[in-house]
Ligand binder design. Structure first.
Ligand SMILES: Cc1cc2nc3c(=O)[nH]c(=O)nc-3n(C[C@H](O)[C@H](O)[C@H](O)COP(=O)(O)OP(=O)(O)OC[C@H]3O[C@@H](n4cnc5c(N)ncnc54)[C@H](O)[C@@H]3O)c2cc1C
Length: 294
């Protein structure tokens, strides 16, 4: 029955990335990676997607990294969103990710949904892409021609369109390792608990030696065709110990960067207003978490 049972498909659960890539290649465009299935399976049930072959990557042990190494925090693609939620490392050193993970869907979805699926799906309503943009993260992907690294800011091309080739797999997300003087925050307005955002804002700051803002990343969720960076708002904050007037000025620039469409979550001006308010508050929270003093 349409809307309940997906079309027939072959299911494979390889135990290595190379075997998974082989399956994607031999299925000649009719195959899709399956991770938590929290986005893909509903699309199949609605018959909006109909891959002939599903390649389940959650049995591949090398996709479960979760560690700081060199200059990076490495998050394996198959890590569940709840792993971020439950992690002391994330809670203490990467609060932007902790904030976002706590507000993605509900505990059942977070238990199944993966970091890789959330960043690869290409839905502007997914919460982790804006976090990765604000953090300056990069994605490691592997395909038939080997591995490559794609900065998050080059990954999102349009709604449901990313820089991934069909036979490539995202293996890990690399987030710049936290340093003293870092602070981040993610604030999301949703219609009800567990919903996608009306709008949400990710802010990541790094203080310089003098205690002013040395680096800033600001990115927006669900107010454009993809997650969006707000570079003018971030640049405005540099070298500042932000006053209330600075918070407002930066927030206005973030609202200008938003490209919302009117839909069941509200009209355009309402969404811009939400972006402005959330940006003000998120900068303040990130500044406090970074140890900033005016
Ligand atoms: C009721 C409900 C509410 C939700 N609310 C939110 C919300 O508020 N915020 C939010 O961010 N998300 C929300 N989601 C989506 C959820 O977080 C999904 O789990 C997530 O977007 C996709 O992760 P997944 O592991 O389930 O991916 P899947 O559904 O398995 O895959 C999604 C897509 O990504 C591709 N893919 C997955 N992993 C990889 C990989 N490693 N390499 C290459 N391609 C890959 C798949 O081929 C597919 O095209 C919600 C989902 C539901 C069902």
């Amino acid at each position: 029955m349409v809307g309940v049972i997906p079309p027939e498909f072959e299911y494979h659960a390889p135990d290595s990335v190379d075997a998974a890539i082989g399956l994607l290649q031999t299925s000649a465009g009719g195959a899709k990676v399956l991770a938590g299935g929290m986005s893909l399976i509903p699309l199949m049930k609605l018959r909006l997607a109909g891959p002939k072959v599903l390649v389940d990557i959650t049995h591949i042990p090398t996709l479960y990294d979760f560690k700081e190494e060199g200059d990076w925090l490495i998050l394996g693609a198959a890590r569940r969103i709840n792993d971020l939620n439950d992690s002391k490392l994330i809670g203490s050193k990467y609060p932007l990710l902790g904030d976002a993970a706590a507000h993605i869907a509900d505990p059942l979805v977070r238990n199944m949904g993966t970091v890789g699926g959330n960043v690869c799906h290409g839905d502007p309503g997914n919460d982790l892409p804006a976090c990765m943009l604000a953090l300056g993260a990069q994605y490691t992907v592997r395909g038939p021609k080997g591995s490559r690294t794609i900065p998050a800011k080059e990954f999102y091309q349009d709604t449901f369109v990313t820089a991934l080739d069909p036979s490539e797999i995202l293996t890990a997300v690399q987030v710049p390792k936290a340093q003293p003087g870092d602070g981040g925050a993610y604030l999301k307005m949703e219609r009800k608990v567990g919903d996608f955002a009306i709008a949400a804002v990710a802010v990541q700051l790094r203080l310089d030696a003098g205690g002013a803002i040395g680096q800033a990343g600001i990115a927006l969720t669900n107010v454009g065709p993809t997650a969006l960076l707000a570079p003018k708002a971030a640049a405005y904050l540099l070298k500042k110990k932000p006053t209330d007037a600075d918070l407002l000025a930066a927030a206005k620039l973030a609202a200008e960067a938003a490209q919302p469409a009117a839909d069941l979550r509200g009209p355009v001006d309402f969404k811009r207003g939400i972006v402005q308010t959330l940006t003000q508050r998120a900068i303040k929270q990130a500044w406090t978490r970074a140890g900033g003093r005016s």
